[in-house]
Write a protein that binds this ligand. Structure first.
Ligand code: HEM
Length: 350
């Protein structure tokens, strides 16, 4: 039976999947430890800095632009996708009035669907379905949706325009090109909806209702500390790692664990407490052991759009006096690639 490993401000209990919970219980501040026969876990912030700085991430280690259907995604192609989705997010900002939106219900589902409709709502169904949360149940569903959606050529681009990301499908001539375009769409659009909704849900769970003095930006930094969406970064075995620390064998993969450095008692006061105001005096881009967006050499390319999107979502929730259902005392964080709190019931405050 998993037990709680973190407490939210209002006494709500976060229940982590047993493997995450045992890392938090047994490995905080332990530096380096063997996870299995060929994987070393690392939670020492100095060593992490050296390991991640030792070489660039390989194409298989890149979360968004790893090879797709066996094809390497080139730098110019990744940049073009990022430019397209950034423009789409910027256009969505113009529509973000925060007025009559009803965001009550189960998060992250409600937040996810809201973002999907807001940013990608003008795209045809075959594209929007690529962002459906149900596709997460099994990768097979994603592949089927991609294949089905690629069979027919895309008609002429709609007059009122699809998104810039969706436009890539209209430029694809062959079945293979369409499948590739749909795969890229899935990677980028799903990243926006899944990560931002997970971040906003974590924030609501940990801190709502928020003190009116606290900024959304600080709430987000503190949420990413306690519930880092990218809670582990995998680096495959390479000679540089053994050279840096001979406890890492030549064939050991390395799992860097922001989950642990973010709660290391040597680096943080009251490490398990949700205290957004600690960010009044900490620089999030330059604090030892804080790496929600990766290493300084190759930080997340999406961070400049996800933070403002999450801020807007929290802004709407705060303006509309939304909070977590007082009857909900616990929530579960499953073992997945992206750390996210499940099924948080968001209601109007009484
Ligand atoms: C809360 C949201 C997000 C978090 C916490 C996050 C975190 C990270 C982290 C930790 C890395 C470094 C990974 C490593 O070194 O192994 C990374 C890289 C990257 N992220 Fe994000 N990310 C987020 C959202 C996004 C979104 C929405 C996009 C794009 C739509 C994106 C695009 C990228 C790209 C392009 C890279 C460089 C590696 C690659 O090419 O795949 N991220 N992100």
């Amino acid at each position: 039976m998993p037990h709680s490993a973190a407490f939210a401000s209002d006494g709500r209990v976060t229940v982590f999947a047993p493997r995450i919970e045992s890392l938090l219980r047994e490995r905080l501040g332990t530096g380096l430890f063997r996870l299995d026969t060929d994987t070393i876990g690392v939670s020492d912030s100095g060593l992490i800095d050296a390991l991640l700085g030792a070489r660039p991430a390989s194409k298989f280690e890149r979360p968004i632009f790893k090879p797709l259907l066996g094809h390497t995604i080139t730098r110019p192609e990744s940049s073009a996708v990022m430019r397209a989705v950034s423009r789409d997010v910027n256009q969505a900002f113009l529509k973000f009035t925060g007025g009559d939106v009803d965001l009550t219900g189960k998060w992250p589902h409600v937040a996810h669907n809201y973002l999907r409709d807001l940013v990608f709502g003008s795209d045809p169904y075959r594209l929007r379905v690529m962002v459906d949360r149900r596709l997460e149940i099994t990768p097979k569903l994603t592949w089927s949706a991609m294949t089905a959606g690629s069979v027919l050529p895309a008609r002429r681009r709609p007059e009122k325009g699809s998104t810039n990301l969706g436009a890539m499908l209209y430029e694809a001539g062959t079945y293979r090109e369409r499948r590739h375009a749909m795969g890229l769409y899935r990677r980028a659009a799903a990243a926006v909806c899944f990560t931002v909704s997970a971040l906003a849900t974590g924030a609501m769970w940990l801190g709502a209702p928020f003190d009116s003095e606290v900024s959304n930006r600080h709430i987000i930094h503190e949420t990413l500390r306690l519930l880092p969406i990218s809670w582990n970064l995998l680096r495959m075995a390479s000679p540089e790692f053994h050279a840096l620390d001979n406890r890492i064998g030549a064939s050991d993969d390395v799992l860097v664990l922001p989950l642990l450095t973010h709660r290391d008692p040597n680096l943080w006061d009251a490490p398990h407490d949700f205290r957004p105001d600690r960010w009044n005096s900490i620089d999030p881009d330059n604090h030892p052991g804080y790496l929600p967006f990766g290493h300084v050499n190759e930080r997340c390319w999406g961070r400049h759009m996800v933070i403002p999107l999450a801020e807007r979502l929290l802004g709407i929730a705060r303006r509309n006096r939304l909070t977590v259902d007082p009857a909900q005392r616990s929530a579960y964080v499953p073992l997945r690639g992206l750390l996210s709190v499940n099924d948080v019931r968001v209601v109007q405050a009484q």
